[in-house]
Design a protein around this ligand. Structure first.
Ligand SMILES: Nc1ncnc2c1ncn2[C@@H]1O[C@H](COP(=O)(O)OP(=O)(O)O)[C@@H](O)[C@H]1O
Ligand SMILES: O=P(O)(O)O[C@H]1O[C@H](CO)[C@@H](O[C@H]2O[C@H](CO)[C@@H](O)[C@H](O)[C@H]2O)[C@H](O)[C@H]1O
Length: 471
């Protein structure tokens, strides 16, 4: 084991990792599924609980398995036995014994994190924190606002509530889930929850010391509805999502305008044939997806035909910073407004690819794919409440139409000078349709791998879309 900054200095850490070996595979965010991962402790960092109630330690653990090699962040707290109820106990180590708890569920870790973080912070109460239990690649914890008296004592901190997102799989470099919301909020775009705190860290990564963000604290939109849950519920009741989709399309267009202004990128070199790059990306995605989901092999010819048609497009919109993994689950509906969260990009993609300038239409395609999921998962039904295919198709079509019209109208009104032919990105309707088809296919291939790894029962949703898009 190396002796770089952040390397473990404590023999008990090895015992901790042995304890975690049984606990980790049961976590939704643990990236290795179906096979046993090798776990190696590569580093650790102590944070100080201002109340000194518990020892707070962040473990950096490398998990390796075929196709996976990642460094995970695992905050734990160590307490003398019998100290506290109501927090997640992982087990006991040492002699004299120490209880090991999941840091994310322990106020001691949350206090220590808030004390160590950069940024304005927030007047929140770690004592009443709640760990979210949904489908998540990371771990999020809601921190309620302090009550009025305590709030005054917090001395001018921005008001709570707030949500802390602990990144589980660490990536060297600045995390776009911290930097992008900061840039958008500083630019004055109001559809992103305000970032309130962030913590950097270092950890040994092979022969280097990696540095990057460990977690981010943001304004919590109390009472917000998750866009995917809202869409599924409406689909199940046979209610059109078109008006919501139209408003969402407007917000996605506003996000693209704000991203282009807040995080400008240089134009691509004239030597790059961009349509060929998009086509090649689809081919590469297909090869990657077919290796993980062999049933996709039969689509090889049809994918190549689509790639060739894409390659022959002559004029593409300029690349820019985009969201990168936009779907209904990243859209929150609060007080009649849509907000966009989770700017981390596709969790299965390498970090360098996640911040690369790309086509704004990729985000639009991501949202279109989500309507397909909502119709399937929500069991879209007609007015009689009985789920059927025609009703699902009609529900999806009207939501798609709503999103595209809302997006296009907002782009046009923001940049009317570009709309020579009524198209704000100055491309023909045919080019737009072909690009969207290629980008939807690309996303559906990604989803096939995501579902095969995480939710095999949902694999038919992207597989049916791939069949349809290639028909
Ligand atoms: N600012 C926020 N206010 C309210 N809920 C939020 C906020 N940010 C995220 N959430 C909720 O937390 C959950 C997880 O957040 P997300 O950033 O998508 O995590 P992950 O990238 O791990 O999937 C989502 O279901 C979302 O509804
Ligand atoms: O939210 P994450 O950043 O963790 O994104 C990953 O998980 C998503 C699921 O939670 C996944 O999204 C897919 O399923 C959604 C329904 O649960 C659906 O609305 C999306 O359209 C679909 O892509 C996402 O792809 C993955 O990166």
């Amino acid at each position: 084991m190396m002796t770089t900054p952040g390397a473990p200095d404590d023999l008990a850490d090895e015992e901790l990792v042995r304890l975690l070996a049984d606990w980790l595979p049961e976590r939704r965010w643990f990236p290795v599924k179906g096979v046993v991962a090798a776990l190696d402790l590569v580093g650790a960092r102590d944070l100080r609980d201002p109340r000194d109630e518990a020892r707070v330690r962040i473990l950096f653990v490398r998990a390796t398995a075929p196709g996976t090699d990642v460094v995970l962040q695992i905050p734990v707290t160590l307490r003398t036995p019998g100290g506290r109820d109501g927090i997640t106990r992982i087990g006991v180590i040492g002699d004299p014994p120490l209880e090991v708890h999941d840091g994310c569920g322990d106020p001691a870790f949350l206090r220590a994190w808030l004390a160590a973080a950069d940024g304005p912070g927030a007047a929140v109460d770690p004592q009443r924190a709640r760990v979210l239990t949904g489908e998540q690649s990371n771990t999020s914890i809601v921190l309620p606002a302090l009550d009025a008296g305590e709030d005054a004592a917090a001395g001018g901190l921005p008001p709570g509530p707030a949500i802390l997102k602990v990144f589980r799989t660490l990536s060297p470099g600045d995390n776009p889930d911290v930097d992008v919301p900061r840039a958008l909020a500083a630019h004055g775009w109001r559809h992103v929850p305000r970032p309130l705190g962030w913590l950097d860290g270092t950890w040994p990564d092979r022969s280097e010391v990696a540095e990057g963000h460990l977690a981010v604290l943001s304004q919590f939109l109390a009472g917000a509805q998750d866009g995917f849950e809202l869409a599924c519920a409406m689909a199940g009741r046979g209610e059109s999502f078109a008006a919501h989709a139209r408003a969402l399309g407007g917000v996605v267009a506003g996000m693209h305008g704000a991203l282009a202004a807040a995080l400008p990128v240089p134009p691509p070199p004239a030597t790059v044939h961009r349509a060929s790059s998009v086509a090649q990306a689809v081919r590469d995605r297909f090869r990657w997806a077919a290796a993980a989901v062999p049933v996709l092999d039969k689509f090889a010819g049809a994918v190549e035909d689509l790639a060739v048609r894409t390659q022959h497009l002559d004029r593409l919109p300029a690349p820019q910073r985009i969201h990168g993994d936009l779907h209904l689950g990243q859209a929150l509906y609060a007080d009649d407004l849509w907000f966009i969260t989770d700017f981390e990009g596709e969790p299965l993609a390498p970090v360098a690819a996640r911040t690369r300038p790309d086509l704004a239409l990729r985000d639009v395609a991501g949202m279109l794919r989500s309507f397909d999921y909502a119709a399937a998962v929500g069991a879209a039904s007609g007015a009689d409440g009985i789920p059927d295919e025609a009703a699902a198709q009609a529900w999806t079509d009207s939501a798609r139409q709503g999103l595209l019209v809302g997006y296009r109208d907002a782009r046009l009104s923001a940049r009317p000078q570009d709309g020579a032919d009524g198209d704000p990105d100055a491309i023909s309707l045919e080019t737009r349709a072909q690009l969207l088809r290629a980008l939807e296919l690309d996303k559906a291939l990604y989803e096939a791998v995501y579902e095969a790894r995480n939710r095999p029962a949902w694999l038919p949703i992207p597989l049916m879309a791939i069949t349809r898009l290639l028909a």
